[in-house]
Write a protein that binds this ligand. Structure first.
Ligand code: HEC
Ligand code: HEC
Length: 390
């Protein structure tokens, strides 16, 4: 998963002195707290952050996903809910505001609703009422009632849709579209170079991709603030990011984030997809950017769901969606694939757009090579990023 910057925009004004302020803030933070490092395993939010009351007992990465859920559900930015001068200093996020207090009450209300009426299942989430609005609407919207309905996209596919193609047919068509089962199966590594642009970046920055079958993957985003690295080594995943992008230099992923990193790695090697996931179900026909798609759902080895959207005409994969957990509902992460180009006879998506609750990043590969030797050192736990050169 490629986290970046709607959040960073909250955390940093893009001015030069912010960098100095940040460095000071970082040092003070480290000294005052000396918390356990989220780099070396799963650390709970209350062990790392200063003022956690409502969201205790969840890992730090899930805590940040919950912030993304809050933002997505209410349409509020990080700094709308936190103090407005939090920009540039993560410690300020601990200060309470009226909105933070209301939000804690909302978390308690959501828990009460789910416990009291839905047997503890997280069916009521922040989004259920807010739908992107700070104050939920109370009146039904007639335009919605009479307007064009949005494309079908069930949260979860309970059973395969009768009359739809089988998962095998869809996956076989996909492999054919990519260049044929044998050629696709012969791909054992991928390396790529290109550029990326985060949601509120003005410029493109360089990007490196390394992947090795069956399921190792690393992306390095060379941001102006320093390198941001996401690695899945086949078992564990980490993100290393400059402090103006994330509050911890290195975090080990847990739960849905760990699984998402694995899904991204698996999807680099479609020849193994059928075996890598289980419990395949075919959902309804729908559309992605006006192209007809067939939605397929599968379960990962650790039991998380992933939805794959295949172009009904070409057979190619256009989208994947998977979910991270949060105490107030599941948080989606979506990747759109396009610009398929043949590399050694196999089609590879050169463009990938990752969208999640607190950011969107466009990745564009310019050159891709397959089956070159990729050193094992590419897939070890990343080091904290060196500060960017001035
Ligand atoms: C709708 C309100 C809301 C939004 C939007 C929101 N937060 Fe929070 N944030 C909270 C609340 C409430 C807490 C305290 C949680 C608790 O008590 O367990 C918190 C706590 C935090 C903390 C821990 C601070 C500390 O040291 O105790 C950080 C860091 C943080 N938020 C970052 C963010 C970021 C980054 C964003 C934007 C993606 C964001 N928040 C968006 C409500 C919000
Ligand atoms: C059952 C419906 C419902 C759910 C679920 C819900 N809210 Fe609310 N929320 C409301 C209503 C209604 C208001 C407006 C209250 C008012 O105006 O006094 C509100 C107000 C708020 C406000 C204050 C907005 C303002 O302008 O004062 C915040 C922030 C907020 N909710 C965040 C959340 C978060 C975060 C969640 C998930 C943990 C959540 N809400 C879940 C119904 C809900």
């Amino acid at each position: 998963m490629l986290k970046s910057r709607v959040m960073a925009r909250g955390a940093t004004g893009l001015t030069v002195n912010v960098c100095a302020a940040l460095a000071l803030g970082a040092a003070a933070f480290a000294q005052a707290q000396a918390p356990p490092s989220p780099a070396d395993g799963v650390v709970l939010a209350e062990q790392y952050f200063k003022n956690v009351q409502a969201l205790r007992g969840i890992p730090v990465d899930e805590f940040m996903d919950t912030m993304g859920m809050f933002a997505a559900a209410t349409g509020m930015n990080c700094v709308d809910c936190h103090v407005s001068d939090a920009g540039g200093d993560w410690t300020k996020y601990a200060d309470d505001t009226p909105f933070k207090r209301t939000t804690r009450r909302m978390v308690a209300m959501v828990n009460t609703l789910n416990e009291g009426s839905f047997g503890g299942r997280r069916l009521v989430t922040c989004f259920t009422c807010h739908r992107g609005l700070k104050v939920p609407a109370t009146l039904p919207n007639l335009d919605l009632q009479y307007g064009e309905p949005p494309p079908v996209d069930p949260d979860q596919i309970a059973r395969s849709t009768p009359g739809a193609p089988t998962p095998d047919q869809i996956l076989d068509k996909y492999l054919q579209a990519l260049g044929g089962t044998q050629r696709v199966a012969a791909i054992t590594s991928i390396t790529g170079k290109g550029s990326y642009r985060a949601y509120d970046d003005f410029q493109l920055s360089p990007l490196d991709l390394y992947a090795k079958a069956p399921d190792q993957r690393t992306t390095i985003q060379h941001s102006p603030y320093g390198d941001m690295t996401i690695t899945y080594d086949g078992k564990n995943a980490w993100m290393a990011a400059p402090r103006d992008i994330r509050p911890f230099p290195v975090v080990q992923y847990s739960g849905g984030n760990l699984d998402g990193a694995r899904v991204d790695a698996i999807l680099e090697f479609p020849g193994r997809l059928k075996q890598a996931l289980t419990n395949w179900r075919v959902g309804p026909e729908s559309s992605v950017n006006v192209q007809d798609v067939q939605i397929v759902q599968a379960t990962t080895p650790s039991g998380f769901l992933v939805k794959l959207y295949f172009d009904s005409k070409t057979g190619l994969l256009l989208r994947s969606v998977r979910y991270s957990d949060s105490p107030v509902g599941k948080v989606p992460v979506r990747v759109d694939y396009s610009d398929y180009r043949a590399v050694s006879g196999v089609k590879v998506p050169f463009k990938r757009v990752a969208t999640w609750t607190d950011g969107r990043t466009v990745f564009q590969l310019d050159s891709v090579q397959v089956n070159t030797a990729v050193d094992a050192s590419r897939f070890v736990k990343p080091k904290p990023p060196a500060p960017a050169k001035p």
